[in-house]
Write a protein that binds this ligand. Structure first.
Ligand code: ADP
Ligand code: MG
Length: 338
């Protein structure tokens, strides 16, 4: 990679692993939960990288690793030119400004006792930005940017709907003028009718603000709506990564194909999709070989013994599967037999 390419990344995650030790079992052995396994990702400036995977696949942990909220066991993470995990003082404050998190539950993100004005002023006060008048102006501008008028300033979270609160949370994230917005299931807790309005707001903001985003969802439809590239996570591993079009029209991994093919409107975890039989294996004792082999209709002895690498399938499309060259055809044959 040359310098120019490196500089065009707002964030890079390089061979990052995170495990959680479990309490010792009755034989005195300590097992580990494999949460994020040797993940490498890059988010380019101005890009929305979608991250999709079933519940428990490690999406939120990856988001927290990226923001330096949990330490990695190994690997390297850079955000906005800062080496995450090594920062103190002014550099840590810089990271806290440059990268902002919006997560699922807006009620949990805001103090119910504080007015929205107080909640929105807090980050500006913490970072000592502007005079009191300037801060208030910034807050009202940020509210307007997310489609809320000044009357919200005096309200408390209890006086607002979930969708309105998620707008407030987004406004608060924007106040510090971040370069990277990490959205972890930002619409999963909202009514279907409200989801689209928040997604449209995020689309508008990424354009007007030239924001880079890591956009996380268990729902492929949601990711499809705004991701430029998509990474698919299975049991803490990236199993496929491709541009939006390559992924949605030319997916190669049997897991991604199962997700896309599901008869449930591309929802991954609400109902088990037709093709995706059974539960994912336990992250405490993942199977030998390919992690997906226990659910894969194409699994062979090799898949049960030997873990596939993430390989380049052309034009930046990456896939972790021994059988990717014929996966689409092979799955069609399996289907016709069934
Ligand atoms: P997702 O966001 O995709 O649902 P998470 O990153 O929240 O997945 O969790 C991935 C796995 O790591 C899950 O099995 C979860 O139980 C486990 N996990 C997450 N955080 C911790 C923690 N602090 N301690 C122990 N296990 C954890
Ligand atoms: Mg999560």
């Amino acid at each position: 990679m040359n310098d120019v390419a490196q500089n065009s990344d707002i964030a890079t995650i390089d061979h990052v692993t995170k495990q959680y030790p479990l309490p010792r079992n009755r034989f005195g052995r300590r097992l580990h939960l494999h949460c994020v396994e040797d993940v490498s990702l890059r988010i380019r400036v101005g890009e929305v990288l979608g991250l999709v995977g079933e519940s428990g696949s490690g999406k939120s942990t990856l988001a927290r690793l990226l923001l330096g909220l949990v330490p990695a066991d190994s690997g390297r993470i850079d955000v906005a030119g800062l080496r995450v995990g090594t920062l103190r003082g002014a550099q840590l404050r810089q990271l806290r400004r440059s990268a902002q998190l919006v997560f699922q539950d807006p009620h949990a993100a805001l103090d119910p006792r504080m007015t929205l004005q107080e909640s929105l002023l807090a980050p500006l006060q913490q970072h000592r930005i502007g005079t009191p008048q300037e801060r208030l102006r910034r807050v009202t501008n940020a509210l307007a940017e997310v489609g809320l008028d000044d009357s919200f300033l005096a309200r408390r979270p209890g006086d607002c709907s979930g969708g309105q609160l998620q707008r407030v949370v987004i406004a608060r994230a924007l106040l510090l003028e971040p370069q990277l917005l990490v959205c972890d299931e930002p619409v999963s807790a909202l009514d279907a009718s409200v989801q689209a309005t928040i997604l449209n707001l995020l689309v508008d903001l990424r354009r007007s603000r030239e924001l880079s985003m890591l956009f996380i969802s268990h729902d492929l439809r949601v990711v499809k709506f705004l991701a430029d590239r998509v990474a698919v996570l299975y049991l803490g591993q990236v199993v496929e990564m491709a541009t939006h079009d390559s992924l949605f029209t030319g997916a190669l991994h049997p897991y991604t194909l199962a997700l896309l093919d599901s008869g449930h409107g591309h929802r991954i975890d609400a109902a088990t999709p037709d093709r995706l039989k059974g539960e994912p294996p336990s992250p405490v004792s993942p199977p030998p070989g390919c992690l997906f082999n226990t659910r894969c209709p194409l699994a062979t002895d090799r898949c049960r013994a030997e873990q596939p690498d993430l390989v380049d399938a052309g034009e930046g499309h990456q896939v972790r599967c021994h059988r990717w060259t014929g996966s689409r055809k092979l799955l069609a044959v399996e289907e016709s037999r069934a």
